[in-house]
Design a protein around this ligand. Structure first.
Ligand code: TRP
Length: 334
């Protein structure tokens, strides 16, 4: 059976170094060995209010970011979730048999809904059902997700299992989470104990793929440090989260291990690390930024590409949905 990798990204905010080093960059290695589907989850984005113009722009920006970071559109399908109507259709079907108790347990829902649960929308509650539909529609075998999405993937497996056993038929494939070994966990530049995140109010806390060299240089220069010289071993980084983070980023970009990186900077002041790190970051991100700018300026090219991606996705999704409808006993449309 072909292994099919599928993952989605929200078209909100700009992609940052954490998304790149922790996720997107590692997906390149799947392109030759797996069938890959990457999509932009605009239906998920509207579970929170979005500005329409901004949503259109960030959808194109996310597509540009995928391509510029190495997702060669000749080797994978890139598409927009709302271009494939089967996502919403399957989500409805799956929602009809997902107990509310399962959804109420989701930690992301609890976080996003806050104290006033009654004010939270139905969409926010059923967000994980739509995500299950995204995955099950394509019979994806592997789904690369971050720690925060693991619970949703677990739910997807439960939903698949319960559908299959109810109809005594292997309609859905239970997807495995795909955790790439040795992936760097990139932390905030302002606080080494917090993940780099697009929801952090401080722009200084993260580096965007679209940051120009002088901005990168400035953010790294101002990144939080501590008072000591850099240590020669990873063990000595125990209570030094900021030092660890900068060294981890350096290691991830240079292809060295953390141990080698520590040795390289043993006894140095932070400014030496910061200078070398900025140079590496600029060398890695500049081509991506330039490619993104080029792609974002060419709506025709980008929209055509997304159109092609959606066509391919609709073929696969249509087949699965037909199988589901037949299983349910829906009268076939003529
Ligand atoms: N919920 C995911 C996130 O916020 C995005 C997502 C939606 C997704 N559907 C998916 C990821 C399907 C993987 C597979 O990161």
């Amino acid at each position: 059976m072909t292994q099919r990798i599928l993952t989605g990204v929200q078209p909100t905010g700009s992609l940052h170094l954490g998304n790149y080093l922790g996720a997107i960059r590692n997906w390149r290695s799947f392109l030759d060995s797996h069938e890959c589907l990457f999509f932009i989850v605009d239906l998920h984005a509207i579970t929170l209010p979005q500005d329409p113009g901004e949503l259109t722009a960030s959808t194109r920006r996310a597509a540009a970011a995928y391509i510029a970071s190495g997702m060669d559109p000749q080797k994978c399908s890139i598409f927009v979730q709302s271009h494939v109507p089967q996502h919403g259709e399957l989500a409805w079907v799956l929602g009809c048999s997902t107990p509310l108790g399962w959804l109420n347990r989701m930690t992301q829902f609890k976080d996003k809904a806050g104290k006033q649960k009654d004010q939270a929308s139905l969409g926010l509650l059923s967000y994980p059902v739509l995500m299950a539909a995204d995955i099950l529609l394509y019979k994806a075998t592997h789904v690369p997700v971050g720690e925060d999405q693991k619970q949703h993937l677990e739910l997807t497996r439960d939903i698949a299992q319960s559908f299959n056993s109810r109809f005594e038929k292997e309609v859905f494939i239970k997807p495995e989470p795909f955790i790439v070994e040795s992936v760097a966990r990139i932390m905030s530049l302002r606080d080494g104990t917090k993940k780099m995140s697009k929801s952090d109010p401080s722009e200084q806390s993260r580096i965007h793929l679209t940051d120009a060299p002088d901005v990168i240089y400035d953010k790294i220069k101002r990144a939080k440090t501590d008072m000591d010289l850099l240590p020669g071993t990873p063990e000595a980084l125990e209570n030094r989260p900021e030092a660890r983070n900068l060294l981890e980023i350096f290691a991830a970009l240079s292809g060295k291990t953390l141990k080698e990186t520590c040795l390289h900077f043993e006894g140095c002041v932070f400014s030496k690390l910061k200078t070398e790190l900025s140079d590496l970051l600029i060398a890695e991100l500049s081509p991506i930024r330039l490619e993104m700018e080029k792609l974002e300026a060419d709506h025709g090219y980008l929209d055509d590409l997304l159109q092609k991606g959606a066509q391919k996705a609709r073929e696969i999704a249509g087949e699965t949905l037909a199988e589901v409808y037949a299983t349910l006993g829906f009268l076939k449309a003529k």
